[in-house]
Ligand binder design. Structure first.
Ligand code: P6P
Length: 332
C-alpha cells in the first residue's frame, strides 16, 4: 500500500506557514513571525480555559467595567492576561492596547510591533456556550526603537496595519489572519496542539442574501437609510442571521457571503463597536477577502483615530451588499 495512503499528511501547520511567508522577506529577523506565534500560543491557552468554563469558576462577571464601560466577564480578564503575558514573554511586541485596558501597556521598548486587541469579544455569550472570539491588529511603531510607545504610535489608521485577524472559539477553534497577502484560515487540532491550514485563500462572495443586525433595537437607529436597506432585505426574502457575537457573524459571512451592520443608535451615537479593537482588524480581513467595510460615509481603514477607545458604526461584508447599504444611506 502506498505510504501516502497509510500516513495521511496533517497538512500545513501555522508555524510552517509563517516560516514560509517569512522567507519572502529576506531582511526579516523573525520578530514578526514570533509575534504571530505568541498570539497563536495565547489563543490555545484561552481556548483551553473556554472549554473548561462550565467546570471551573471562570464564568460570570467580575463586578467591574472596562474602559469602554462594558461589564467585564472573568474570561475577559483572563484572556487579556493570557495575551499580554504571551506577547510580553515573546519579546516581539513593544506595546499592547486592549479593549480591557484604559491606556497603553508598555512591553519591550526594543521591539517594533504594537498589538491592538479585543481579547475576548462577545463575552456575554460565554455563560450560554455560544461562540466567542479574539480580534487583533498589528501596527509598526512610528517612534524610535528603544523608547516608550506613545499615543501617536497607537493611533494609526487601519490602513497602516501590517497584520490582522481573529480567533473563533466555536464548534472548532479557528485562527484566521492576513498580512496583506490574502486571507487564510487555520483550524486548531487540539490533540496535536497545532493550527493546521484548513481554509486557504478565503474569498467572500461579492453578493449574497444574509444580513446580520440587532433588529430588536431598530427604533433606536438614527439613520433612515438603515430602515430602507432592511426593507430591501425583507422584500428580497434575505435570511436574518445574528449571533450577537461579532467574530462568529463575520466568520459565517466571510465563508457564505453576507453583511453585518451595527449602525449609530440613540444610545450609541458613534456606534457601539471599537475602531481600534474590532472594526479596523475585521475591515482589513474582509477587504483582503474581496469584501468592503465602511462606517456609512467612509472606508473604515481610512478613519484617522483620535482616541484609543473610539467607537464607530460598522457595515461590513460582501461588496455589493455593502454598496447597496451605502446607496440606501446616501439616498435617504
Ligand atoms: P448587541 C458583543 O458585545 C459585541 O461587541 C459584538 O460581538 C456583537 O456583534 C455586538 O456587540 C452585539 O451587540 O447590542 O446587539 O447586543
Amino acid at each position: 500500500m502506498e505510504s501516502s495512503r497509510i500516513a495521511i499528511s496533517i497538512g500545513v501547520t501555522l508555524d510552517r506557514f509563517i516560516r514560509s511567508n517569512e522567507k519572502q522577506y529576506p531582511q526579516s529577523v523573525g520578530e514578526f513571525s514570533q509575534l504571530l506565534r505568541d498570539i497563536a500560543l495565547a489563543s490555545k491557552v484561552v481556548n483551553r480555559e473556554i472549554n473548561k468554563a462550565g467546570l471551573i469558576d471562570i464564568m460570570g462577571a467580575v463586578g467591574n467595567q472596562n474602559a469602554a464601560g462594558d461589564e467585564q466577564q472573568k474570561l475577559d480578564v483572563l484572556a487579556d492576561i493570557r495575551f499580554t503575558r504571551a506577547l510580553s514573554k515573546g519579546g516581539a511586541a513593544c506595546a499592547i492596547i486592549s479593549e480591557e485596558e484604559e491606556g497603553i501597556v508598555q512591553l519591550n521598548p526594543d521591539a517594533k510591533y504594537i498589538v491592538a486587541i479585543d481579547p475576548l469579544d462577545g463575552s456575554s455569550n460565554i455563560d450560554v456556550n455560544v461562540s466567542i472570539g479574539t480580534i487583533f491588529s498589528v501596527y509598526r511603531r512610528k517612534s524610535a526603537v528603544g523608547t516608550a510607545i506613545n499615543l501617536e504610535d497607537c493611533l494609526q489608521p487601519g490602513s497602516a496595519q501590517v497584520a490582522a485577524g481573529y480567533v473563533l472559539y466555536g464548534s472548532s477553534t479557528m485562527l484566521v489572519y492576513t498580512t496583506g497577502q490574502g486571507l487564510n484560515g487555520f483550524t486548531y487540532e487540539a490533540t496535536l496542539g497545532e493550527y493546521v491550514l484548513s481554509h486557504p485563500d478565503i474569498h467572500i462572495k461579492p453578493d449574497a442574501n444574509t444580513y446580520s443586525i440587532n433588529e430588536g433595537i431598530s427604533k433606536s437607529f438614527v439613520q433612515p437609510g438603515i430602515h430602507v436597506y432592511l426593507n430591501h432585505c425583507k422584500e428580497h426574502h434575505y435570511a436574518a442571521r445574528y449571533i450577537g457575537s461579532l467574530v462568529a457573524d463575520i466568520h459565517r459571512n466571510l465563508l457564505k457571503g453576507g453583511i453585518y451592520l451595527y449602525p449609530a443608535t440613540i444610545h450609541h451615537p458613534q456606534g457601539k463597536l471599537r475602531l481600534m479593537f474590532e472594526a479596523n482588524s475585521l475591515a482589513f480581513v474582509v477587504e483582503q477577502a474581496g469584501g468592503k467595510a465602511t462606517d456609512g460615509e467612509k472606508r473604515i481603514l481610512d478613519i484617522e483615530p483620535t482616541q484609543i477607545h473610539e467607537k464607530t458604526p460598522l457595515f461590513i461584508g460582501s461588496l455589493q451588499m455593502v454598496e447597496a447599504l451605502e446607496n440606501a444611506l446616501v439616498g435617504n
